[in-house]
Design a protein around this ligand. Structure first.
Ligand code: PSU
Ligand code: MN
Length: 304
């Protein structure tokens, strides 16, 4: 069975030359945004990484092959198929590989494949976390466990308040995952620049973040870190407005009995349509901002 990661030539060369490489996920393309904006965004995000001086590697699974550095055609395929592509987290990887299926990778599985490929930095929008009412449902994203054990730094705009942000941060503390605020003391909530929670460490310069990561990994403290980058001011949303829509989406999910891996994609698409596409604009801009920051951190790390 072929379990080797397929790494495209450009990414392979960049890694061999110790250049900055930034991983990007594919579930955000297939399940996180509608077609065709998802494909346009994925390509824009790759360009943002290039403009910042790093090499992008969008990660996904094509016919059972774990791939670091999807081609534009493969990105188009993921985006067009949308939810027809299987959303793959850690537990799904062996099935998709053995069955030679296509798979969109979540934060957890993108981290796994990035680590296999030798990539340490990964930009996305929001990570999964502890869902509201998790004390009853036990719905805790596998992303959090992955952050605890896989050596990849994840740059996100915090987490959406579809989750219980406080419990998500408690979980990360228990698992020993540093939560770093980039130029902020407050943990951001994806669409908004703030939440009711703080970060563990506030760092203002990508070089300081790179140094923290270097220290962590030299100390053999396995696992990643969550770097929280608040959404750019011009695109942040009114907390009352967006949280109202999120509450409504959660209520609908409960009424429809939606749970398991279907829950997060349902909430993402409901919020997007309830906001009549306004949240999508914010979503796109914050991913681009995260890709830029991830590139700066990767470039700083390469100089250490
Ligand atoms: N949250 C977002 N946007 C996303 C996701 C989460 O704001 O696109 C996606 C990511 O791929 C993340 C996954 O890894 O959903 C988490 O799914 P779950 O909650 O089922 O673990
Ligand atoms: Mn879940």
């Amino acid at each position: 069975m072929n379990t080797q990661v397929v790494i495209n030539e450009e990414v392979k060369n960049a890694l061999a030359n110790k250049q900055a490489v930034v991983a990007l996920e594919s579930t955000i393309i297939s399940h996180g945004m509608p077609y065709p904006q998802n494909v346009a965004t994925a390509l824009k995000v790759e360009q943002a990484v290039r403009d910042a001086g790093a090499i992008p590697a969008t990660i996904g699974i094509i016919a059972g092959r774990l791939t670091a550095g999807l081609s534009h055609e493969e990105i188009e395929h993921m985006g067009k198929q949308g939810e027809a592509v299987m959303k793959c987290s850690r537990r799904d990887l062996p099935f998709v590989v053995a069955k030679k299926k296509d798979g969109a990778t979540t934060v957890a599985s993108t981290m796994i494949i990035a680590q296999l490929a030798g990539i340490r930095f990964f930009a996305t929008g929001g990570v999964g976390g502890v869902h509201r009412k998790a004390t009853e449902t036990m719905d805790i994203s596998a992303d959090l466990q992955e952050l605890a054990k896989t050596n990849v730094a994840v740059i996100s705009a915090g987490v959406k308040s579809i989750l219980d942000i406080g419990l998500t941060l408690e979980y990360l503390e228990t698992m020993g995952v540093p939560v770093i605020g980039y130029q902020t003391d407050i943990f951001p909530a994806f669409y908004t620049r703030s939440s009711n929670f703080g970060v563990d460490f506030s760092l203002d310069d990508p070089m300081e973040i790179a140094a923290l990561l270097k220290a962590k990994w030299e100390l053999k403290l396995d696992g990643g870190a969550l770097i929280a980058n608040p959404i750019p001011k011009d695109f942040s949303m009114e907390p009352e407005y967006i949280n109202g829509l999120i509450d409504q989406a959660i209520l609908e999910a409960e009424q429809k009995g939606i749970k398991g891996k279907a829950l997060t994609p349902f909430l993402l698409s409901r919020v997007e349509s309830l906001s009549k596409g306004k949240s999508l604009v914010s979503n796109i801009e914050l991913v681009i901002a995260n890709a830029k920051l991830a590139s700066k951190i990767a470039l700083a790390y390469a100089k250490l």
